[in-house]
Structures are given as C-alpha cells and as structure tokens.
Design a protein around this ligand. Sequence first.
Ligand SMILES: [Zn+2]
Length: 576
Amino acid sequence: MKWSQTLIPTLREAPADAEILSHKLLLRAGLARKLAGGVYTFLPMGLRALRKVEQIVREEMDRAGALEVLMPALQPSDIWRQSGRYETAADVLFKIKDSGDREWVLSATAEEVITTLTAGEINSYRQLPKNFYQISVKFRDEIRPRFGLMRAREFIMKDAYSFDTDDEAAQKTYQKMYDAYARIFARCGLKALAVEADTGVIGGKFSHEFMVPAETGENEVVFCEKCGYAANLEKAVSAAATAAGKAGAAIDKFATPGVATIAALARPPFNVPAEQQIKTLVYIANDKPIIILMRGDDQLNEAKLAGKIGSTVFRAATAGEIFAALGAHPGSLGAVKGTARGAFAGAVLADERLRGAAGMTTGANEDGFHLRNVSMERDVAVSQWADLRTVKAGEPCKNCGAAVQIRRAIEVGHVFKLGVKYSEKFNALYLDEAGNRKLAVMGCYGIGVTRTLQAVIEHCNDKDGIIWPISVAPYEVCITPLEVDAGSEVMKTAEALHAGLLERGVDVILDDRDERPGVKFKDTDLVGFPIRAAIGGKSLARGEVEIKPRGGAMQTAKTGAALETIVQLVKSRAQG
Ligand SMILES: [Zn+2]
C-alpha cells in the first residue's frame, strides 16, 4: 500500500471533546471519526487494526472449539419479553418500531436469539456440548457516551454462548473460554487481570471480568497483593468489621434541629460517629418505594442492589415520594418499627454490616428529630439482609486479612456461568442417554472488540503517539523514502524493499508523500507503525538503510540485507 493512495488524516491537535489519551490518539492518528455521540466510522488504518483484533479473537475461539455464526442485530421484542430482559434491561436497550407499529430491539447481546435457536435445533445429548460465537455490531442506549470507543452506543462485540449437558461439563467449557480469553488479551499485547465480577441483570451463577489496569478506566478493581484476590468493586467483599452489640437502654428521641446529614450528626454538640449511625435511603423499584439501611460510614453499591432486586430499573426516590412514604424529609428518615408516618408498606433491605448492631442512632421520621439506642434486632423490621456496601481501600482482605487496594481498570471481556436461566425460559431441552428431558446448562462470554482496540492504544503509547504491538498494528512496517522523485535511486530502493516485503508476507506501507522527512517521521510515530525503514540519499551513498523499531533504537542494515533484517525484526516482535 502507498500512503498517498489510502486515507490517514492525522491531526496535530485532538478535538476538544476527546477526554482520554486513547480517544485523542484514535482521532489524531486518523483511525476513526465520530459521526454522532458514541457512533464512529472506522477509517482504513483503524479498520485494519480492528480486523487484526477480530482475527485473534476468531482464531482463539475456533481453537477453543466454538462455532462461528452470525445472528441478527434486529430482534423481535417478543423474545426479550420472554426472557424478562425487556423490562430488567430497559435502561440500556435500543427499542424501535417498524411502520406496522411492531416493536424491535437492536441487539445488546443474543442470549434470547441463540437459546431460541438451540431449543429448535438441539434435542439430544449427542449434539452437546455446543458453543456458538459471533463477532458483530451491538447497541447500547448510553445516556452519556464518552471516551471514544470505550463507552459507545454502537460497538463491535464478540459474544459466545455455550450449551452443556450438566454443571460439570459447563464448568469445563467455562474454563476453556477463560483460558482462551487470557490468550486473546496476551496476543493483543494487553496485561489483563481476571477478576471476580457481578453477574448483574444477565444473571447466572458466577463470572469473571478481564480488566486492563489503566488510570482512565471506568471500572474499579479491588485486589489483594498478598493472596491475589481480585474483584470488581461492584462485586468485591472484604472482612470489614461488623458492629456487634447488645440492645441496652430504651430508644430515646432527641431534637436535632437543622441536622440533615451523617456528617452533621457526627459534629458537636451531637458527636455521633458515622459508624454508629444508620443511613436510611429510599429507592423506587417496580414503582414501589423500598428502604435501604446502611451503616453511616458505608456507601450503597447500586450494582449489588441491582443483583439483589434482579433489575437495573430503579432510582432514588424524590423528596415528595419520600415524604409521602415516611412523613419526613431526607435527613430525618429511619426504619424503626412504628415510626413511618406516611403510606410506606414496602420492603426494608439492610446491609449485612448492620446485622446485630445496637446502640445506633437513626432518623425519627419526624423532621428535626433522631432516635438513639436503636438495636437492629429489637427495633427494626428488616425484610431482607444483603451485602449492599462498597468495599474501601485498606479494608482487610476476605481471604487473608491483608489490606486491599483499589485500582482503576478497563473491562475488555466478561465470562459468565449462566446455568439454566435462559434454557428454562426458552425450553432449551435435550434428551439424555436414559431418554429423560433435561435443560441445557449455559454459559455466555463477551469481548468488547472495539473497546479492546482502544485499550491497546491506552496501554501502548508515548508522547509521540501510538506504539502498536505488531499483532494488531495496521501495518507492521512503514518504508519512508526521504525523497520521492520517480526513478531516483532512493525511490527505486524503497519500491524494491516494499515489493520484497510484500512477497515475504509482511504488512507494509510505503510513505510516498512529497513531504519533509520531519513531517513523515512525526506521522509515522503518531500512527504507531512498529518498524520504520528510512531511505535517504546520504545513507544510500553509504549503502545503508536506517531501521528503527517504534520506541526503540535506530540500527542500520546494508541495503542488500535490509529486507532480511526487517523480516527477522517483524518475526521476533511477533513472538515477543
Ligand atoms: Zn488476600
């Protein structure tokens, strides 16, 4: 390929709305362009890199025994209603209507489609196990798309769905996919950590996320250096101490005029430490208020709440809704039996850390008043206990007791053991050896392909631009003749090297633009080609070509040996 014939619109400055480095580089290096918020066009360089990531994913899926299929992006809403996700994932689903007023969903994932398919096509244990995957466009109704391909409305995802005869077989498939994921990210030049993850609204038994540590990552990972425990913050638990105590004195109501926060009650004249307060939150889920109780110094983890109530569709109640339910305003709320002065009749969810707590202080459901000497066991009617709190850095690890740390990361992949959740809903049954009808046991496995590409950029760069790992570089080698007059010795040498490398199967681009060497080198560094071979009149007079690996030191090769030197460099980098 010749540079002048393709399109590489590099930019000196990144557009103002590009917030993180990889997003800036994606645009500056001319890999992609934004059409609308969270919607991008891939330009030739970006698409080449994307296809290489896809190819790595495809090779490893095939090697793990998965079968490639292609499912529709346009899916009838009926199957999403059948799975229940039309409601439970309503906040992220793109829904459209056709001219006949029929509702459709644009694929976010494809559990519904694949389970419908297997329910019809698979009926015997002889046909199992099966694992299907596709690499295709997915949609997510992001309210706030940002960071380029990281949080987009339209993106490319690899999704796979496995069907096994029983739990034990499903576990083996899960492990196969887990291992394939580790290979995929390593081949893309990423150091991904596998962390325990929340199963969220996809549901299922357990799951791991593959995370690339990065300051700009939108996820937070709790990890223990001592024993290796690692979990998404949404899922992480620690051995943080629980407040135990015996119910003592009777409840005492006291005036707290103007006090509306945990912090205010912790200050003089009240001096009630946050850990001795009960925080009362009111949420609306399924159109009904629910009360959530946390220790005063703890934060509610909404992902854990979603897991507990089985839906992401909930929100904090408004002041008006709260007053109607409890008869008081935020700041004076509580859940002590008999204190609600409104119409509240919903569930009271309490965080496990409050179990057994006594001598606590909480709102009296009367503006300007609180109650002390509250015992959870004696005084509060808890409908359900649950782990609802967010772990904090420095808390003791649940496995070994060492202080845990929190690090930011980019989620690039996710593996789930689903069980029979979808098989049940779509009647994905098979006949076992004894002729009994049984539910197929499922797993599902995703990789954000476009996000992985940007994670590579976020991970591999310097002040001059991208440093592509050779495995996913748009081109492995850029040949840069310093003068481009047709028929000149320099150009003839460059063209011969270009042809020779093509013949050896190297992905090579020839920078035939009539630009100053400085401009060409800057662009080559910015786009990030792993190897640059510069040919100029002076070096040619010495019989040499200057070869520079991106981010490495310049070396020279005799003109006749340049081809072989470059081929060997490409090979060694591909292995390294
Ligand atoms: Zn540990």
